[in-house]
Design a protein around this ligand. Structure first.
Ligand code: ARE
Length: 506
């Protein structure tokens, strides 16, 4: 009985708080436009700040306009192992358990973070932060910043700031038992992570202070972790409190919403509040490109239709990628670095497709799901080194870089001259600006297709070894009617833009 009364009291209190928001603040303001759109970003996930700062000049030279970085806030630092399969002291996921919003993390200090942002901005690369704002920790007692805590007790928050402790989570164990249940998804603990009362002024102000601090350091936008569990209204209220970035626009806001949830929980339903991550798009890419050890190969002919037409969120509302840190570890449903040539080819295709704001995932090699990034024994991540074999450095892959530049060159030009053999080869042009062909099959294939480009000899940029310094890759001849006859190797691509014409002779 007592519990029932306190539950009602808590609910009434929550109701009052919502209703007494000062009139001046009123309903969350609409997202002012234009927000900062990211162009092509590299997701240098769990690279430390020093390494990202160093990489930004390379990123800029390769055509990337932004870099996404791992959660920078002070997080859980594990001090002991659990039982059974829990054998990794500092798994990658420590950083998804915030303790305070100071920026001492596995990736470096607050000063190193600031220096990285400044360096990247100077190089012309904007920084997008993975913002973990739905919850605090779900385990542990100390943090990389040295701050100790107990469940539901942190320097910024106490028990009245969490749905579980106020009795607002309706599930029997405080967790999300049903991912299709709105109240559970919004108000219960996702995998045991203490769910913040993001509908309250106190929590919204604290989160906005954190994000505004990052904006003050020069950050241009956010990937909002577990956005589905915050909900549209709270996301809007937090966003309305955010300052403009150093570029004078409101920050980019990309919401992590896995598909599959009904109605208000669907990715489409979150597009009113921001862009969404293209998780279903990544799934469709895997279905089209997949290559399993059992020789089951997908068909990229299906990619003739991709985007709104194939049931995805619209291109202009989507941050697209072949994989991210979660999906890279879920090979049954998504492509990842371990797919090798297929993964590279899918990235090349995504960049050519024009779907969404494309992002290239690049991180560390792992063997088991929980593996730590390369780090010292104390959990601090060591410098990324593309020659060590420990970091994948897929963002530097020659073919991917070629297609980043191709993507930037063709801009918003419309697709034309789509060709498919109805099996595993496709080719298309971008309205007089560029042309590309993709072969996801296991044998080379010769095609004769229309490029829509003027006659001449072009450099195949996918295989040009030293871009910008003449063409040392294969050349491709376009005849006087725009036709090309070219052999596309298995699991490979051929591409060029109008700017890659090295001679008008055929
Ligand atoms: C870790 C341990 C847990 C432990 C917990 C708390 O693994 O055993 O209970 O700590 O102590 C990441 C890791 C988790 C990790 C967590 C915190 O993946 O393993 O937990 O960090 O350290 C749903 C959400 C979606 C979420 C996924 C994981 O909707 O937002 O679950 N993804 C983000 C990140 C993750 C991160 C978190 C959120 C937490 O990208 O990397 O977790 O910050 C259907 C549903 C989806 C559901 C999906 C799960 O598709 O519709 O809603 O996603 O299944 O695959």
């Amino acid at each position: 009985m007592f519990r029932r009364i306190s539950l009602l009291a808590a609910t009434a209190l929550a109701g009052t708080l919502t209703l007494t928001v000062p009139a001046a603040q009123g309903a969350p303001e609409k997202r002012p436009t234009p927000v900062d759109e990211p162009g092509v970003t590299a997701n240098l996930w769990e690279w430390n700040w020093k390494s990202i700062g160093r990489e930004c000049s390379t990123l800029a030279a390769d055509g990337y306009t932004g870099v996404q970085v791992a959660p920078p806030q002070n997080s859980l630092k594990r001090t002991e192992l659990g039982s059974g399969s829990d054998t990794i002291l500092h798994p990658w996921w420590e950083v998804y358990q915030p303790v305070t919003y100071d920026l001492t993390s596995r990736m470096g200090t607050e000063d190193q973070f600031k220096a990285m942002v400044t360096k990247c901005r100077k190089a012309g690369v904007k920084v997008y932060v993975d913002a973990v704002i739905n919850h605090m920790t779900g385990q542990g007692k100390t943090s990389y910043g040295g701050v100790d805590y107990k469940p539901y007790h942190y320097p910024d928050y106490g028990p009245k700031n969490f749905h579980f402790t106020t009795g607002e989570c309706p599930s029997s164990d405080g967790g999300i038992q049903d991912f299709n249940n709105k109240l559970q998804v919004f108000k219960c603990n996702l995998v045991g992570l203490e769910d913040l009362r993001t509908e309250t002024d106190k929590v919204q102000d604290t989160l906005a202070d954190y994000l505004n601090k990052l904006i003050g350091y020069g950050v241009s936008g956010f990937r909002v972790d577990a956005a589905k569990h915050i909900g549209q209204d709270d996301l809007d209220a937090i966003y309305s409190r955010l300052h403009k970035t150093k570029d004078g626009v409101k920050p980019y806001w990309a919401l992590e919403v896995f598909g599959g949830g009904p109605g208000i929980l669907s990715p489409e339903a979150f597009t009113r509040s921001g862009d969404v991550l293209g998780l279903d798009a990544a799934k469709q890419m895997q279905a089209a490109f997949k290559s399993y050890p059992d020789a089951h190969i997908g068909s990229i002919a299906t990619l003739e239709v991709f985007g709104k037409g194939s049931g995805l969120t619209s291109s202009k509302k989507t941050m697209s990628f072949v994989t991210n840190h979660d999906t890279d570890r879920n090979p049954g449903e998504y492509l990842g670095h371990k797919d090798g040539a297929t993964f590279i080819l899918a990235n090349e295709w995504l960049l050519a497709s024009g779907y969404g704001s494309p992002q290239v995932f690049s991180s560390f090699e792992w063997e088991t799901r929980d593996d730590s990034p390369p780090a010292k024994a104390n959990g601090l991540i060591t410098d990324a080194d593309c020659t060590s074999g420990k970091w994948t450095c897929d963002h530097r892959d020659r073919g991917i870089v070629a297609m980043v530049k191709w993507h930037n060159y063709v801009g918003g030009a419309k697709r034309a001259n789509f060709y498919t053999d109805d099996a595993n080869v496709i080719a298309f042009s971008k309205d007089g600006k560029g042309w590309a062909a993709f072969n996801n099959g296991t044998d080379a294939k010769q095609i004769r297709v229309q490029t829509g480009l003027p006659k001449g000899t072009y450099c195949d940029v996918i295989h040009d070894k030293d871009p910008g310094k003449g063409c040392d890759g294969p050349t491709v001849v376009v005849n006087s009617t725009g036709l090309v006859t070219v052999k596309v190797a298995a699991k490979d691509a051929v591409a060029f833009t109008r700017a890659d014409r090295i001679s008008n002779l055929t």
